[in-house]
Design a protein around this ligand. Sequence first.
Ligand code: CO
Length: 291
Amino acid sequence: MTTNPAQPTEQVKQARTVEQQVIGNPTSDGAGVKLTRVLTQQLQHRLDPFLMLDAFGSDNPDDYIAGFPDHPHRGFETVTYMIAGRMLHRDSAGHQGLLENGGVQWMTAGRGVIHSEIPQQEEGVMEGFQLWLNLPGRDKMCAPWYRDFTSADLPRFVTDAGVDVTVIAGSSHGVHGAVTRDATAPLYLDLHLPAGSRFTQALPADHNAFVYVYRGEVSIAGTAVPARRMAILANAAQADGVVIESAQAARALLIAGRPLHEPIAQYGPFVMNTKEEIYQALNDHREGRLA
Ligand code: CO
């Protein structure tokens, strides 16, 4: 769906500044997929409700071909955004979907799924992101949920400044995204900024927010943020949004959400509130009760 609505401007009187820039950690996961973990476990409290952001991108099949064979999740949501490439998802709740060029897969693990994510290509570029969004304690044991959005399904618009915006979650300039969540109110935008452009987005002051640049370089409140950097935006009480400027063509993700302020207990693919709930998840998985 492509929308070109009347665009209420996202008025920003005082723009957020960059508190910190983060270079991701190169790592591998699944059966040996090379990726960069941009949002690591030590940033989970600072960027609550977000638990993880992985960026993957390679034109070498050895880096991705093995994929992510069957593995469990419980207690949160995974949002996979595929820029280029094809990946087949299958899970124990009976869902199956092919994720490809520009598509998004949103999966709520809830009380548990076992799923696989396997590349459907033997050559070419595979590039994308996986974001983990926490669930509030009261929803961690909810029924699993799953949706695939093709590139054409995702709401998209172009600002007067020529910025091409895909609204994966939340809303921007009056355009509502593919997914909304009451507890965490996630905003997830993919911004394609032409040279010499400027993009504004209102953000509630208490929502945690970050920008991940994946092409070119942007400037946020005077701070240059180059490609493959995550800029954590400061939460000043008076700041009402973010202004992203780009002297050259750039692409960036803008992600924000309302913090849950709950304890976070993570063991690998399980994210709960307490250790006891983690032991329960391990037991349930071992005894086949997770799926
Ligand atoms: Co997974």
